[in-house]
Design a binder for this molecule. Sequence first.
Ligand code: SAH
Length: 343
Amino acid sequence: MDKICLKGMSGDELQSWCLEVGQSGYRGQQLFEWMYRHGISSFKNMSNVNKSFREYLENNCIIQTLKVEKISPSKADKSTKILFRTIDDKFIETISMIDKDRHTVCISSQVGCALDCGFCATGRMGLKRNLSSGEIVDQLIFVRDNKKNPITNVVFMGMGEPFHNYNNVISAADIFHSPRGFNLGATRITISTVGILPQIQQFISEKQRYKLAISLNAANDVSRTLIMPVNKKWSITELIKAGKKYSNMKKREVMFEYVLLKGINDSADDAHQLAHLLQGIPCKLNIIPYNETEGSYQRPDEITISQFSEILYDLRDKYRVFVRCSKGRDINAGCGQLAGRQA
Ligand code: SAH
């Protein structure tokens, strides 16, 4: 019989499972706290659980889903890339980024990605499979155990498209948010999507309190379709409308991301079109100068980057403008550079 994976289960799921195997529901709460608050990797450490149940757990359950394959610290900044091996020998990457009091962990939601955005290294791998909620949670547990700086923020901006793995991503985010789990504020958890409209709408109708980021990456449909095939399904107008709806909910502010690609979407005209799209929307615009991958795209020079952002800054109306300085570019850990390479 296959072992059952407890990592990733919610409090309710653990409670029902405990009842099913003849234990009290309270044991579910204990399991939740041991796994997520304390991050134990062996049932042996569960000191308040009786020996016979611990033995049952050891014989029948899995508690750890990932093994560390390689740790690469950046020489340029305080970021570290961790390469993990899954139980079925797939590879995923996680980045820990430390900047003063802020410790952001960028986590993966899939092995590979189906969306084939031309500028993204993960896209080039194709989709291998979704990660389980346990595999998502284990990435954060490892970072928490191995870095002394407390984790302050989590971003679903690693490998994969989180909204193609909606349920597992939300279950993991719920564990990060739970006071009995990682106790992270909901607004410290950001989910970034290429723009899968039905799931954005689901996210809004469920009134999820996590932060939503939409990768716009172009200011008109012709350019966007050129670099992101997904744009054939859902247009910029629909995404802007959905983003606006999210921002209009209490205490929410959508983030739009815009990868700046030399000669593709970095002209003054693009900047004006983008400013027009964002006009009046309370949102955050994150401009991300392209990080090199194997494709044919290039990073604009510093002057173009600042001219582009200044136009947006000057025309801003309710939206805020930031230029994201990707960390860990020297270790291929910047946005869009993750491909689960073993070497
Ligand atoms: N699939 C999700 C999350 C992963 S990508 C999404 O698309 O939002 C996280 C961010 O990195 C996205 O905004 C994406 O557009 C950006 N990105 C991808 N490749 C990049 C690259 N080579 N340089 C800079 N940013 C990149």
